[in-house]
Write a protein of this length. Sequence first.
Lengths: 118, 118
Amino acid sequence: MLFTHMVERQEADRLAAILKASSDPSRRSILTLLAQEGPLRITDIAARYDISLNSVSKHIKVLEAAGLVTRRTEWREHLIEIQMEPLSLVDQWFNELRSIWALRLDALEAALKEDDND
Amino acid sequence: MLFTHMVERQEADRLAAILKASSDPSRRSILTLLAQEGPLRITDIAARYDISLNSVSKHIKVLEAAGLVTRRTEWREHLIEIQMEPLSLVDQWFNELRSIWALRLDALEAALKEDDND
DNA sequence: CCATCATTCACCCAAACGGTTGACTGACTT
DNA sequence: AAGTCAGTCAACCGTTTGGGTGAATGATGG
């Protein structure tokens, strides 16, 4: 059905964004930092690393696009907060993979048992 | 302790490899294919896509380096099999993140309760 | 009125990436 | 002896990516 495909496509894109965003070590480090310290300004985050403020700003935008982070802008100060929810989409993909794999094994086992009866 | 750090470093590198490997759509698709069809030759995999055999061969090498796939070489035929175990390392990282985050919230809550008593 | 501050924007650069093509290897088929 | 087959290696191309610099913005504080 068309609608289902659209939803699936959307989810696939979201998954892609999440995985790509978390595939970079700097961004993973920023996520950890945000998890332990709570919401931080971009400047505060940049202060922890020896990369430029600009670079951090770009990383935040990538994380934001993936939904891994949200931004609360209070005039010139942007408070960045980690968002855990998107991780579940990755969990979901893993579980799908695992169940597809298990399904095939089950079928294989059944086929073997069938062979026994011959 | 030095030894612990070495182990952690190793694990971090492995996590990085796994996330980067699964951040590409073609590679994710290949993984799904392998999950549902079982071990396949590189040629068989390539036949499913309109990218060259060479390109698939490279993707397989990336997946192999991440441990997401193993190779059983029977002379010129290379049987590629999906490996689920590495996914648990990503699960593990997610859970660490979530627990770090929860820990901070707990501390925050405790501090608020403390304030109430003033 | 001028400086400061937090952030983004517009470029620039080098490295990495996904993909291609072409040559090579080594056994099996004809 | 020649050709096919499965896969790798090496070189190349265009695009993306992570990083950097410098300027712009726009309210706030001297």
